[in-house]
Design a protein around this ligand. Structure first.
Ligand SMILES: Nc1nc2c(ncn2[C@@H]2O[C@H](COP(=O)(O)OP(=O)(O)OP(=O)(O)O)[C@@H](O)[C@H]2O)c(=O)[nH]1
Length: 409
């Protein structure tokens, strides 16, 4: 059983470019016959984080990814993306598509909030003159909306269930986690939220209404962090707003993007018109005679307004940041043959697992197979050929062989 898949939710009001971003993120970087565009449900698709593949570091010529792909030494590792439609002010009180929206939101591990950084989308999604709406205010408002929804869910569960039993249970943290598991949270989130709320020394049975609120707010922050996609960065009015967004929310929480530019590039690459990998700072036209004047012009605009100015369209950076910086996942490659770096069919580095920082060798064994976890003996770091024990903390780009009693029989 591979590691639990993370789900990245895209939120934002109408017309800011959510669908364009979702479409761009879920277009495979290149057209590969056995990796068709995968839609799991209408609003859930597969995107890819990009990472230098360890096969390059190991001096191998290639690898054989079971999922995702490896192109020119770049491994594209799948993650799930969800378009959470229906965000309108008041959604936390159940307005509009509120309930379906909230239900989708519950499942997400991180939220990408798309704002129209050019300021040309009004509060209700109507197009407006560029520069007339303030994305900073909007981002604050949405954060508040998500916060209030989260507080109301936690409060409801607390009042109906937790407060009645918390006196009786031996392990309040376990109990709280279990009861809030519908919000896709885990024990570490609860522990961290309690710490951030400054409630470590107060038993939950004594928490006041304000304490519960503070705990819920912190739980939202750790379990559903929000990354801002400052979209339409290709438009001139975006520049100033991006600076203001960064000033307000911090550089680590804002990524300037042009979803449209990325969509254009990925489509053109898929059709074999250009050479481009998501995240690249430029593209190469393969045969300009196959492109119309308009297409050439559009590509030139993408190059000038995004690639030359920001170093990329920002879309790949957005996903990488969500997974590697915010969710703090690392990549590990489990193998069965630590000399050849293969599985037992001879596939080279077939799996690239995204696992939380701090994952141990034994935990990895459980992710591969419960039997491997239960009968774990030791692991081998395939890069150094050293034996490591069950508490060995995995490092980014580790290649690991698990040796277990179950596998020895
Ligand atoms: N200039 C520019 N326009 C963009 C960009 N991304 C999207 N757009 C345009 O913005 C408009 C709205 O984009 P959508 O992707 O449909 O927006 P949405 O948020 O999904 O809207 P709903 O489906 O109504 O919720 C379209 O005309 C897009 O072409 C971008 O990066 N730059």
């Amino acid at each position: 059983m591979p590691p639990p898949e993370k789900l990245i939710g895209i939120i934002g009001k109408t017309n800011v470019g959510k669908s364009t971003l979702f479409a761009a993120l879920t277009l495979a970087p290149v057209a590969i016959a056995n990796h068709p565009f995968t839609t799991i449900k209408p609003n859930i698709g597969v995107g890819y984080v990009r990472k230098k593949c360890v096969h390059v570091e190991l001096g191998l010529e290639k690898c054989d990814p079971r999922t995702g792909m490896c192109i020119k030494g770049n491994r594209f590792i799948p993650v799930k993306i969800m378009d959470v439609a229906g965000l309108i002010p008041g959604a936390s009180q159940g307005r509009g598509l509120g309930n379906k929206f909230m239900d989708d939101l519950r499942q997400a591990d991180i939220l990408i909030h798309v704002v129209d950084a050019s300021g040309s989308t009004g509060p209700d999604g109507t197009p407006a003159k560029p520069g007339t709406y303030d994305p900073v205010e909007e981002a604050k408002l949405i954060q508040k909306e998500v916060d209030e929804w989260f507080v109301s869910v936690v409060r409801r569960v607390w009042e109906n269930k937790i407060s009645r039993q918390i006196y009786l249970v031996n392990n309040p943290i376990e109990y709280i986690t279990q009861n809030l598991s519908g919000l896709s949270i885990n024990k570490n989130h609860v522990i961290e939220a309690i710490r951030l709320a400054g409630l470590e020394d107060k038993h939950p049975k004594k928490w006041s209404s304000d304490d519960i609120r503070e705990f819920a707010l912190m739980l939202r922050r750790v379990s559903k962090p929000i990354l801002i996609a400052a979209n339409k960065a290709d438009l001139p009015t975006a520049e100033d707003n991006i600076k203001r967004l960064i000033k307000e929310f911090g550089k680590e929480n804002v990524v300037p993007v042009s979803a449209l530019a990325e969509y254009i590039l990925r489509k053109a690459a898929q059709k074999g018109l250009i050479e481009y990998l998501p995240g690249d700072n430029d593209f190469k036209i393969i045969d300009s005679s196959r492109l119309s004047k308009e297409q050439l012009h559009a590509l030139e605009l993408v190059r000038r307004k995004m690639l030359a100015k920001y170093g990329s369209t920002g879309v790949q950076e957005l996903l990488n940041k969500a997974v590697f910086n915010v969710l703090k996942l690392i990549v590990v490659y489990p193998v069965e043959d630590h000399n050849k770096y293969t599985d037992h069919y001879g596939n080279i580095l077939p799996d690239a697992y995204l696992v939380p920082e701090g994952t141990t060798a034994k935990e990895l064994a459980y992710m591969i197979h419960t039997d491997l976890g239960k009968t774990f003996l030791y692991a081998i770091n395939a890069k150094t050929k050293e034996k490591v024990g069950e508490t060995y903390v995995l490092r980014d780009n580790d290649v690991i062989k698990i040796v277990a009693a179950a596998a020895r029989r």
